[in-house]
Design a protein around this ligand. Structure first.
Ligand code: 5AD
Ligand code: SF4
Length: 475
């Protein structure tokens, strides 16, 4: 369920689930107005909620973890699969009960569902007072005022420029060690199954200086890991207003890595068509850039990839994987996989299974295809794979991945890793948890003098289902 300190992996694992069920208390003040916020979907939504929290705090709001105590309930929504939208509608039923008890409480729907459904949402969900799309968050105070006057507040304008570069996010639910930094917004890729280009608009990159400044500020405040976020980070491209300077993703990575050797850098999500050798060499050159790449394959079959408009083939993807392991033999790769896309045959599905073995993913995030209204796939192709076949193929993908992940973990037995301590292990106060560079969680007994935000070396001596177990050692 809800994780106080979600990392990118926790967030993605629960992609259809609530992630910030109980919003976090930021100096809960006595008299002032309070907001309660829940986030669903991808890490980008989580990051956006922190921008909204910052905007609201400037308006004198503080955050509460108790929905019933709030003047404003916000839900940051996801449209990526039908189930994600269903979950949000269920939550709105719960909010309805609170609103009946406290009629003054406002309910706002943010994010992708707000953008996709627009005013339709107000007709369908009578209790909703505010509908606000991902590029309109600066307008939230105005929309609150409109709603307080008894009118519905709606802004779903998609911008070509908005990056919220000047807004310093309020770190919700922070563990004080790891944080997200949003480096770009939107997506221009138009994968045929995906609703994101319609809900988040055109791709735009944030000012490189503001990104580096945010990383440096986090470092000064004791954070030791940042994850650079974008729908397709490899196409990051920023040009200074006077056009004297261009920064691509490899260059941005390097600039952030130079903030401090003690600050770890992660990033997500990479696109196989765009990840360059330059990025791989930059990763190799800097010890503090984590050796982990989330490289969604979606399908292992070239015909399906073409229907998906992924713009690479099976062979292209394999070449990228080979290159990653050639340049960084210790790098871990994870993927997103969709089963049962339109017209996928059993043989084509087998190509996905063999790709998992070829790429030796440490983990994959697996989904069965869910048709989204308005997407190119919904318009052009029939969603013709029966649900039971989609689910059976999904189970096969999960099974193969489980075996591949187990082998991946087995290889770590006896090895020593540099680990960044994130906090207490979930199960025991006597143990810490932390991640290695490859993004694997390791649990190990505490040692005096060490705490969250410190690095230590841990030798892996056991494995439970998905967690490595170890003990502190010297190198
Ligand atoms: N059906 C199933 N999975 C989807 N994804 C995106 N759109 C759909 C859809 N319509 C998956 C992709 C993407 C991840 C974030 O969600 O694998 O990489
Ligand atoms: Fe969707 Fe493809 Fe863009 Fe990812 S890269 S957000 S899957 S369109």
């Amino acid at each position: 369920m809800y994780n106080q300190n979600p990392t990118l992996e926790d967030v993605d694992k629960n992609i259809d689930e609530k992630r910030q069920g109980e919003a976090l208390v930021l100096n809960e003040n006595q008299g002032g107005k309070k907001f309660y916020i829940e986030s669903y979907g991808c890490a980008m939504n989580f990051s956006d909620s922190e921008i909204v929290a910052s905007i609201l705090s400037k308006e004198g709001y503080s955050s509460t973890r108790v929905m019933e105590h709030s003047d404003l309930i916000l839900i940051n929504t996801c449209s990526i699969r039908e189930k994600a939208e269903y979950n949000v509608r269920q939550r709105l039923r719960e909010f309805d009960k609170v609103k009946k008890k406290n009629p003054g409480t406002l309910v706002g729907v943010m994010g992708c569902m707000a953008e996709r459904l627009k005013t339709k949402l107000l007709e369908q969900e009578k209790l909703v007072d505010i509908v606000i799309g991902p590029d309109a968050y600066r307008d939230l105070p105005g929309l609150i005022a409109t709603a307080e006057d008894g009118n519905k507040g709606v802004n779903v304008y998609l911008s070509r420029e908005e990056t919220y570069a000047d807004i310093s996010p309020l770190r919700l639910g922070s563990n004080g060690v790891t944080a997200f930094i949003s480096i770009m917004r939107g997506c221009d890729n138009m994968c045929s199954f995906c609703v994101v280009p319609y809900t988040r608009g055109r791709e735009r990159s944030r000012d490189a200086y503001s990104i580096v400044a945010e990383a440096a500020d986090l470092y000064d405040r004791g954070f030791r890991e940042v994850t650079l976020l974008g729908q397709n980070v490899d196409s990051y491209k920023w040009e200074s207003p006077d056009q004297s300077e261009n920064v691509n993703f490899a260059q941005l990575l390097e600039r952030v890595a130079l903030v401090s050797p003690e600050l770890r850098i992660r990033f997500s999500t990479s696109h196989p068509k765009d990840i360059t050798d330059d990025v791989l060499h930059t990763m190799k050159a800097h010890e503090n850039i984590c050796k982990y790449i989330h490289l969604p394959v979606q399908s292992g079959n070239s015909r399906i990839l073409e229907l998906m408009n992924r713009t690479y083939t099976r062979e292209w993807y394999m070449e990228r994987v080979n290159k990653i392991y050639e340049i960084m033999p210790d790098c871990a790769i994870s993927a997103d996989i969709i089963t049962g896309f339109c017209s996928e045959t059993e043989e084509e599905h087998q190509d996905t299974l063999s790709m998992i073995e070829f790429a030796k993913y440490s983990y994959s995030y697996t989904f069965s295809y869910s048709e989204r209204p308005g997407t190119p796939a919904a318009k052009k192709f029939e969603d013709d794979i029966p649900l039971d076949v989609k689910k059976r193929r999904l189970a096969e993908v999960i099974k193969v991945q489980r075996d591949v992940s187990a082998k991946h973990n087995q290889k770590d037995l006896g090895k020593t890793f540099k680990v960044l301590i994130e906090g207490n292990s979930k199960k025991s106060e006597l143990h810490f948890k932390g991640r290695n560079s490859q993004n694997k969680m390791i649990v190990f007994p505490k040692q005096e003098g060490l705490g969250p935000g410190d690095y230590t070396y841990v030798k892996v001596n056991d494995i439970t289902s998905a967690t490595l177990i170890g003990e502190i050692t010297t190198v």
